[in-house]
Design a protein around this ligand. Structure first.
Ligand code: NAD
Length: 473
């Protein structure tokens, strides 16, 4: 597995960056340097964007079905390297290996592979009276992605952008960047024309900023924190660039009084702690009836303290380390804040889990009797920290769930499906599951409120990368 990378992918070739600086990539389990990547700069960005701009018209002229078929070939290439990719992502990110295989590498190949089917469900041309309505690519797309589901986030942007006829410059997260190099080896093997896909690595303020600001970029598609999203919104507004933002979350899991508590609480804990809580749709606020609080506390304490924390390559481990020392520090500060603001710590805390002094591990932590106004209930922590918040009745539960600056995801549990559905419809989020409804990779994904705008995945995700033109005859 190659982890020392010193070239960028620009205009169809692996190419020497303009500078000589490198960024180290750390393994969060061992705290050892496991590789390095080029620190690109504005000159590299300029070369990549110009290549993408030059390639645009020829790529757009390729029939959409052929573009989608090339994406399906990418899926085959990713599947062929699934084991290697899962090893790599578990090493750079710390997610348990079984989950890396399923989610971090399985989902990206599903996304690329779904493009022919998704395209077949989209009307590229339609008519409204004398208007021929056509969908055209937006142009050069700048894709900027985070570290937590690195390849999945990249696939959700690249596959539909390319299928829609756009050309792309990708700036992956500098914290988990190595998987992007493997993807670009696959893209190279599949044989996309020169300039259609480009990779420039480096830090956000240097490469990300230069890319977003480049005058030849037509659209910015970003997944990451709300703070960076806000900044990119300002950049996009200056030149009226198209913008898609997938940002943070603070999702509520409403467990109504008639729900199967054992099932709902167990499921909720696993969806809060997935990827050690570093998941934008993590169900971090568990809303429960006041009358059931003691019972819920008991179940939550048992389930959370039984989660196995440790080496993500070890079988049976549910939580690996957090991605970095900074991330662990940030999470520990939130745990301290929770205690300081008066929430009751049921299990977990700021101490490293027993026997895990090396690696950025954090104990699965559960607070109860949390006020929805408190910092830990309002801000995204991005670590394995659950807040249990009591409610008086159903109306109060809905009010608390919606009392958040975010609107990404959520869940409702009830013994009565119709009741759960009715409550789900009153929650202001882009996705919500009912009674454990499973993740659907073709369903529209995205946020209300400060969780962003635009949608990814399936036909809605493809739609995002088209301009719509009316030709009047
Ligand atoms: P981040 O905002 O720090 O970084 C995301 C990307 O933006 C990185 O590639 C980074 O280098 C780049 N960047 C940073 N500053 C920039 C700047 N000034 N200009 C341009 N680019 C810049 O986010 P992160 O820490 O990598 O990811 C965690 C966040 O992502 C969490 O808030 C999480 O909720 C969010 N997220 C959201 C979704 C979603 O779909 N809604 C999915 C995954 C993660």
């Amino acid at each position: 597995m190659e982890t020392e990378r010193d070239q960028l992918y620009i205009d169809g070739n692996w190419s020497v960056p303009s500078g000589t600086d490198n960024l180290e990539v750390e393994n969060p389990t061992t705290q050892e340097v496991m590789g390095s990547i080029p620190q690109g700069d504005a000159q590299d960005v300029d070369r990549a964007v110009r290549a993408a701009h030059s390639a645009l018209h020829d790529w757009w002229a390729v029939p959409a079905t052929e573009r989608a078929a090339m994406c399906a070939k990418v899926a085959e290439g990713l599947q062929a390297r699934q084991g290697e990719l899962a090893d790599l992502i578990t090493s750079e990110l710390g997610m348990p290996h079984m989950l890396s295989t399923l989610i971090q590498t399985g989902l990206p190949s599903l996304t690329f592979g779904s493009m022919p089917e998704v395209l077949s469900q989209t009307e590229i041309e339609s008519e409204i009276g004398n208007a021929l309505v056509v969908r055209e690519p937006r142009g050069v797309v700048a894709a900027i992605t985070p570290w937590n589901y690195p390849l999945h986030q990249i696939a959700l942007k690249l596959a539909p952008a390319l299928t829609a006829g756009n050309t792309v410059v990708l700036k992956p997260s500098e914290i988990t960047p190595l998987n992007a190099f493997m993807l670009f080896e696959v893209l190279d093997e599949v044989g996309f024309p020169k300039g259609v896909v480009n990779l420039v690595t480096g830090t956000g303020p240097v490469v990300g900023q230069a890319l977003a600001e480049h005058p030849l970029v037509d659209m910015i598609t970003f997944t990451g924190s709300t703070g960076t999203g806000r900044r990119l919104g300002e950049v996009a507004a200056r030149d009226v660039k198209r913008l898609a933002l997938e940002l943070g979350g603070k999702s509520a899991n409403i467990i109504l009084d008639d729900a199967d508590l054992q099932r709902a609480v167990t499921d909720g804990i696993s969806k809060c702690f997935l990827n050690s809580g570093q998941t934008c749709i993590a169900l971090t606020r568990m809303l429960v009836p006041e009358s059931k609080l003691d019972e819920v506390n008991q179940i939550a304490e048992n389930v959370a303290s039984a989660q196995k924390v440790g080496d993500p390559f070890e079988e049976g481990v549910a939580l690996g380390p957090l991605v970095s020392a900074d991330q662990r520090e940030r999470v520990r500060n939130y745990i301290d804040k929770g205690v300081a603001e008066g929430a009751k710590l049921l299990t977990g805390g700021t101490e490293a889990p027993a026997g895990l002094d090396t690696g950025y591990f954090v104990q699965p932590t559960v607070f109860t009797n949390v006020s929805n106004d408190s910092t830990i209930a309002q801000e995204e922590i991005f670590g394995p920290v659950l807040s249990i918040i009591p409610f008086r009745d159903e109306a109060h539960a809905v009010e608390l769930a919606n009392d958040s600056p975010y609107g990404l995801a959520g869940a409702v549990w009830s013994g009565d499906d119709a009741r759960a559905l009715d409550v789900a419809k009153r929650i202001r989020t882009g996705q919500i599951e009912v009674n454990g409804g499973s993740f659907n990779p073709a369903a529209p994904f995205g946020g209300f409120k400060q969780s962003g705008h635009g949608r990814e995945a399936g036909v809605f995700g493809l739609e995002e990368f088209f301009e719509v033109k009316a030709i009047l005859r």
